[in-house]
Design a protein around this ligand. Structure first.
Ligand code: FMN
Length: 351
């Protein structure tokens, strides 16, 4: 296949080419072969200022590459010549003003259902939805509400479940937006507006997908709180939809301090509390404070509160665990949380 980047550039420092393609592996790579491919690619991408993501799933590759047109063109011609894959098909090719994969020379997601292979982390995004993440993050950051909703509606029409959309699309989009902010590619205002839009779009998906009759059975109650002082509330809002659909009694809290949260818990006597840090930004420094908040909440309600759950980008990416902050459960995703917490409450009541 010939190199067809077709990039027209005006300012060599600010214009970034972005290319997404899919291809078929000639033979299934072993884990070692895949690691070797990626580590070589990372070295070269770094030298050429190229960043991106490579997804391998069941014999198929999907890759997004972004970088200065010259570097991108060089990598792309090597990729096209590579005998390890065939049926290379360009899906999108355009110029962008900022990167979405910021610090990743090449982020690898891989999943293979061949039983002869040792499978890798299985909770990674299915490629069809991962493909939408960069574009949707850009739409949210551009404040393009109409196209964001249209994109989401088209994904819903493809038949993905609400949990899939939340776990593999909305949450990764929030993280991509957080990366954009961390890399100074958008303002805090744009991030906040984008997260709110995402929240509304996620709400619409959940309400479409809820099959209420089957779900309204739980008798449990939960307090859904943002961590004290945390201004981002995307997952708290999405959890509210999910727990309501599942028939839980739901209260929400946006406390300014751990004492305020503990007071609410003491007064309302919930079975569980979920305390959320930002889904967009890794809040390393907030972990110690979150640990104290969890401790405080337990003391406030020693008899009733059975389960303390936490969430946020650091838990989703496993940079922190439930044990780090003394919680019973750390969400990797909003999807499936009500089911998991029901199990934990039952276990807590009848250990
Ligand atoms: C699916 C796939 C993705 C690849 N991605 C990259 C990449 O992002 N960067 C890179 O330098 N090489 C990548 N490679 C490897 C290149 O195709 C090539 O082997 C390597 O860059 C050496 O280039 P050369 O043969 O032109 O010397 C990839 C190969 C495959 C099969």
């Amino acid at each position: 296949m010939q190199v067809q980047t077709g990039f027209v550039r005006t300012d060599p420092n600010s214009i970034i080419g972005c290319l997404t393609y899919q291809s078929r592996a000639v033979s299934r790579p072993t884990e070692n072969e895949l690691d070797q491919l990626v580590s070589q690619a990372r070295g070269r991408n770094r030298q050429l200022g190229v960043t991106g993501m490579l997804l391998y799933e069941n014999g198929r590759f999907l890759q997004t590459l972004e970088g200065p047109p010259a570097g991108l063109k060089q990598v792309w011609s090597s990729i096209c010549r590579d005998q390890r894959h065939r049926e290379i098909e360009v899906l999108t090719e355009h110029m962008v003003s900022s990167r979405l994969f910021s610090d990743w020379d090449l982020l690898l997601y891989s999943r293979d259902e061949d039983p002869r292979r040792t499978s890798r982390a299985s909770d990674l995004a299915p490629h069809a939805l991962a493909h939408y993440v960069p574009g949707m993050a850009q739409l949210a950051l551009d404040g393009d509400d109409a196209r964001l909703n249209a994109r989401l509606a088209s994904v819903t029409e493809q038949g993905w479940s609400a949990d899939d959309i939340v776990s593999h699309l909305i949450e990764p989009v929030a993280r991509a937006m957080g990366d954009a902010w961390l890399a100074d590619r958008c303002s805090e205002f744009e991030l906040t507006v984008g997260l709110s839009m995402l929240q509304l779009a996620g709400h619409a998906v959940r309400s479409h997908a809820a099959s209420a009759a089957a779900l309204r059975r739980s008798r449990y109650s939960i307090l859904l709180a943002t961590a004290p002082g945390e201004p981002h509330m995307l997952s708290t809002a999405m959890l509210a939809d999910q727990f309501t659909d599942a028939g839980w009694r739901v209260e929400m809290a946006f406390p300014g301090s751990k004492e305020a949260l503990a007071n609410q818990i003491a007064q309302q006597g919930h079975d569980a509390v979920d305390i959320a840090l930002s889904d967009a930004l890794p809040r390393q420094r907030a972990l110690l404070q979150l640990r104290e908040t969890v401790e405080h909440c337990r003391k406030a309600s020693p008899d009733n509160l059975v389960v303390v759950s936490v969430g946020g980008r650091m838990f989703a990416e496993a940079t922190a665990s439930a044990a780090t902050v003394g919680a019973d459960h750390a969400r990797r995703s909003v999807g499936g949380t009500s089911v998991r917490l029901s199990q934990l409450i039952r276990q807590g009541r009848c250990p």
